[in-house]
Design a protein around this ligand. Structure first.
Ligand code: PXP
Length: 249
């Protein structure tokens, strides 16, 4: 019988943006995303994602600084490719940076980064962040044109945008899943470490977690929302369990 390729473990990165959303709604000092990060890590999260948006609608500069001071090794900073963000990230030096597109009016990140359309800027950003000691992921749609551009960018990681998969139903969702799996395979073969995220929930995470070429999922809204009823440690633990059970089957 041919030997089966060992399936690598899958990590959960917890996005705590929406802990800060609740704080910013009232301008109170609570709840604290750094405290949430500590709880998530204790419950088994491998890393903490924060998106510092240009409009500072949730995470603030002081949150990123405090997280990095707590442990720079666990911080995954999502940010736009802008001079302001590159300057801040180069001073904070988080372990990981995920480059995302950003529109002021959007409710959340609406699609992947157009690497092909701004390759020079993305390549320069990757080089600058690497010099600061951060590993860079590009958040992209499962689109071969973007993979081709990403190969020229110098980024070591890719995060596949799963938003369209999360919103689709039935056959359309099955088609999205197939597209993501084929893209993850091609990206891993091209030498990237492959992550995925956006819109993942307890109900839709298993088919994505089962894709052996993906080694990290970044999940925020569903975990923070679930934490309101079961508590953050339990919400993190049950998401990890769902991912690991999917991986085993
Ligand atoms: N990954 C990226 C690049 C994102 O922009 C987001 C949303 O901030 C996430 C993952 C997490 O998405 P969600 O909050 O829908 O789980």
């Amino acid at each position: 019988m041919p030997a089966r390729r060992a399936v690598p473990a899958i990590r959960l990165g917890v996005n705590v943006d929406h802990v800060a959303t609740i704080r910013q709604a009232r301008g109170t000092p609570y709840p604290d995303p750094v405290e949430a990060a500590r709880l998530a890590l204790a419950a088994g999260a491998a890393s903490i994602t924060v998106h510092l948006r240009e409009d500072r609608r949730h995470i603030q500069d002081r949150d990123v600084a405090a997280l990095v001071a707590h442990d720079r090794g666990i911080v995954n900073l999502e940010m736009a490719v802008s001079e302001e963000m590159l300057r801040l990230a180069s001073s904070w030096k988080p372990a990981c940076v995920c480059l995302v597109p950003e529109k002021r009016e959007e409710l959340t990140t609406e699609g992947g980064l157009d690497v092909a359309g701004q390759l020079d800027a993305v390549r320069a950003a990757c080089a600058r962040l690497a010099r600061a000691g951060s590993r860079v992921a590009l958040f992209i749609d499962a689109d071969p044109r973007q993979l081709k551009a990403a190969k020229l960018s110098g980024a070591p990681h890719l995060e596949i945008h799963t938003g369209r998969y999360a919103e689709a139903r039935g056959r359309a969702q099955a088609a999205e899943l197939k597209r993501i799996a084929a893209f993850a395979r091609a990206a891993r073969k091209a030498g990237f470490e492959v992550h995925a995220g956006h819109g993942l929930t307890l109900d839709n995470v298993a088919p994505i977690a089962r894709i052996a070429d993906i080694v990290e999922l970044n999940i925020g809204h569903a975990i923070v929302a679930r934490a309101l009823t079961v508590g953050l440690p339990a919400a993190v633990a049950e998401m990890r369990r769902a991912m690991h059970e999917a991986r085993r089957t």
